[in-house]
Design a protein. Structure first.
Length: 749
């Protein structure tokens, strides 16, 4: 299609609708044909949004409203852009040459290279990766005298990225905060100046520089406003402030902006996504049309009804209700188990049962809320010989923080482990650089000794610089102390001591990146995993065997991932474990963000449910060992949001959340244990999830405990009550040691 300076005129035609329109349902067709003016397409999960986007592009081209070069279509991933281009070219029967189709960053960099000089760059500027960014921040912070141990470069870079996500250049930041003793803004300014000097930009700059160019040079903004007659945006609920400002600027003239998204699937606020962008669309673009895509082509009616009832509890949403013409299918199965280990066993057994019935493992997914949950499933599946893959991240024992921690433990256990020595000798940073390592390697090779022995020899000479010699000596002293402790303290306690005294835990505590809390949780889970073994040697052997078995898997495999990683995917069978208060919804999210955090957690649960095509399983445990500590848990409030008509309860005796008067009429299918027949308040306290405002029973309801009482706990065994206060008992268990438990979980011995 040849290009001209003006847009072609749509011809009048009485021919039948083209195939790309004939294949659409009524709502999809309205979204495709509403090409003039601002349009928000609220596309529920599985409602065919990609089909709508590509059909809309095809319609604009087929009706000659614009040439390809006058259309910009923005996606969030290169994969989505490639898929959209391929679909479009199949629809129009030719290459879509000239179309501006790609990610925000891909399109922004095209514009920036044309006008780089406006922001002090040359067109051949370099785009830095994260490692380069961190290196530059460290240099600038060091020049400012910032203590890197107290204010890690990653934390400062995180603040800079957040400012850029909000479209704030250094001169626009009004609240610099207290990071780096209030010097973060100065570091940001110098970081930007240094980037300009070396003719480089980071990913945040691509959009930020675009905004600066458009604001400084209105004639350039006008050029692109004239060029882009139609703008289409995918996953609009995930846009940040800078992306929103960029889109709004480009759409100023023609206002033909079509945003496709789902406010119920906005789950990336921690990445800078701003759900307000989609919620205030009508206010930002007066006269906007809102088209709701509600016919779902993925899931069964029971799954959709359960998900819809769940998300309806959120106040911050525009509202829609998914429906389908598919067969009714199976109800969402709710499973209550005693603890996390039993949950992993049950899910493994259920998957094997499905496999025997012909279900492919590749169509089965386990979606967890937190990364540390994968360990129990991984170890269970390896013991069963069930093939699995971890999607969106490494397997538990392959994660960076776990490998680092294991290297410390290996080095304590085996002093000649050179691979472990090299991995952690400068992690966290101790000022032991490349030259020192080269000297160590040289001596180790020439004398045929380990790196540890080489280090011991070198610190007794003057070959190393004093600072390096001191740091290396301190490291060897620490190792010697830990090896001494290995004979005196339990291996779990030793692991915690090593992680704390080495500074490794503190390194991640000081890290302000979004994944740092998860890494800390994984380290705690590692220590908890060690408790299952008699000694450190047994645990390290186990890990080696796990890694060996994991490396041999392949072919048809179960997918194991976080719910965040599952966005955009779908499976025939989905398991959603760990639906317990504090885990899902996540307590940290509630503490930090209040009601906004709760609503995002509920959207995350909605995303998890709507990944399932045929079967969805939700499970919860009455007890869970989190980071080495056994905790009694309550089922997630989200279980209370799931309608009884679309769910089926399959709980162990005593773990039915609708028992004990919580849901009249359902008690007959509950067979309590002897203990629970005597203690009905246990079920009430444990499983009060049918109604969020159910009031828990008073402390020590039914049975009173006092200091000195002998009691029995199903998990911890026999013990003696130390103190009893507010429904909580401090108990010295004969085998498990001191624990704090709810009084409802014990009976008098």
């Amino acid at each position: 299609m040849p290009e001209t300076d003006s847009a072609p005129v749509a011809p009048v035609s009485a021919t039948p609708p083209p195939p790309y329109l004939a294949e659409l349902n009524d709502a999809q067709r309205r979204a495709v044909e509403a090409v003039d003016g601002p349009v928000l397409v609220l596309a529920g999960a599985g409602t065919g949004k990609t089909r709508v986007l590509t059909a809309r592009l095809a319609h604009i081209l087929a009706t000659r409203r614009a040439w390809p070069s006058q259309i910009v279509a923005v996606t969030f991933t290169n994969k989505a852009a490639l898929e959209m281009r391929e679909r479009l070219e199949r629809l129009i029967g030719q290459a879509a040459e000239g179309l501006w189709l790609g990610t925000f960053h891909a399109i922004a960099v095209r514009i920036l290279r044309r006008h780089a000089e406006v922001v002090g760059l040359r067109p051949n500027f370099t785009i830095l990766d994260t490692d380069d960014q961190l290196r530059l921040v460290k240099q600038v912070a060091a020049a400012e005298g910032v203590d890197e141990k107290r204010w890690p470069a990653r934390a400062i870079l995180g603040a800079i990225e957040r400012w850029k996500d909000r479209g704030l250049a250094p001169d626009k930041v009004t609240d610099p905060g207290n990071l780096a003793d209030g010097r973060a803004l100065k570091i940001y300014r110098q970081y930007q100046e240094r980037l300009q000097t070396v003719n480089a930009a980071d990913f945040g700059d691509l959009l930020l520089h675009n905004l600066t160019i458009f604001q400084m040079r209105p004639e350039i903004a006008a050029e692109y406003q004239e060029r882009f007659r139609y703008i289409l945006v995918d996953e609009y609920q995930d846009t940040n402030v800078a992306q929103y400002l960029w889109l709004r600027l480009l759409a100023q003239k023609y206002k033909n902006l079509c945003c496709v998204g789902d406010d119920d699937q906005s789950i990336y606020s921690w990445r800078g996504a701003e759900i307000g962008n989609i919620l205030r669309f009508e206010k930002d673009f007066p006269g906007a049309q809102i088209v709701r895509l509600e016919q779902n082509y993925r899931s069964t009616p029971h799954i959709l009804a359960a998900a819809s009832a769940l998300i309806a509890k959120n106040a911050g949403r525009l509202g829609k209700t998914l429906w389908t013409t598919a067969n009714e299918g199976e109800r969402v199965l709710l499973r209550g188990v005693w603890d996390g280990e039993e949950e992993a066993r049950w899910i493994g057994d259920e998957i094997e049962s499905l496999q025997r019935k012909g279900e492919r493992l590749s169509q089965v997914a386990i979606l967890v809320r937190a990364g540390f949950q994968t360990r129990e499933f991984e170890e269970r599946f390896i013991n069963m010989g069930l093939a699995y893959r971890v999607v969106g991240g490494p397997r538990f024992y392959e994660r960076q923080e776990i490998r680092d921690a294991l290297a410390y433990l290996r080095l304590v256990h085996q002093p000649a482990d050179d691979f472990a020595f090299e991995r952690v000798v400068n992690t966290p940073r101790r000022g032991i650089g490349t030259q020192t390592l080269q000297a160590l390697h040289h001596l180790a090779r020439s004398a045929r000794i380990s790196l540890g022995e080489a280090a011991a020899r070198l610190i007794a000479t003057d070959e190393l610089k004093p600072a390096a010699r001191k740091s290396l000596g301190g490291f060897l002293t620490d190792l010697a102390r830990w090896r001494g402790l290995a004979q005196a303290v339990p291996h779990t306690e030793l692991a915690q001591i090593v992680l704390d005294e080495s500074g490794y835990t503190a390194m991640w505590q000081a890290d302000k990146s979004p994944d740092a809390p998860g890494r800390l949780e994984n380290l705690k889970e590692l220590v908890a995993a060690m408790d299952e073994f008699e000694n450190l040697a047994g645990f390290l052997d186990h890990v080696s065997l796990v890694m060996e078995n994991a490396g041999q898997s392949g072919g048809d495999m179960v997918s194991l991932m976080t719910v965040h990683s599952a966005k955009g995917l779908e499976f025939d069978v989905v398991f959603l474990p760990g639906w317990e208060e504090g885990l899902f919804p996540n307590q940290r999210s509630l503490d930090e963000h209040g009601m906004k955090g709760l609503e995002e957690e509920r959207r995350l649960a909605y995303v998890g449910l709507t990944r399932a095509r045929q079967r969805a399983y939700v499970s919860y445990a009455a007890n869970r060992r989190i980071h080495g500590q056994w905790q009694t848990t309550l089922p997630s409030r989200f279980i209370a949001d799931l309608p009884q008509d679309h769910t089926e309860m399959n709980a162990e005796p005593g773990l039915h959340p609708r028992a004990a008067g919580l849901a009249p009429g359902l008690e007959e299918d509950w067979q309590p244990t002897p203990l629970l027949r005597r203690r009905p308040e246990l079920a009430r306290l444990l499983m009060q999830t049918r109604h969020q405002d159910v009031t828990p029973p008073p402390p020590n309801a039914g049975v009173k405990f006092a200091a000195g009482d002998r009691v029995f706990h199903r998990k911890f065994g026999l013990g003696t009550v130390r103190t009893a206060e507010g429904g909580k008992l401090s108990i010295a268990f004969d085998q498990a040691g001191d624990k704090m438990v709810m009084d409802s979980f014990v009976e008098k011995a």
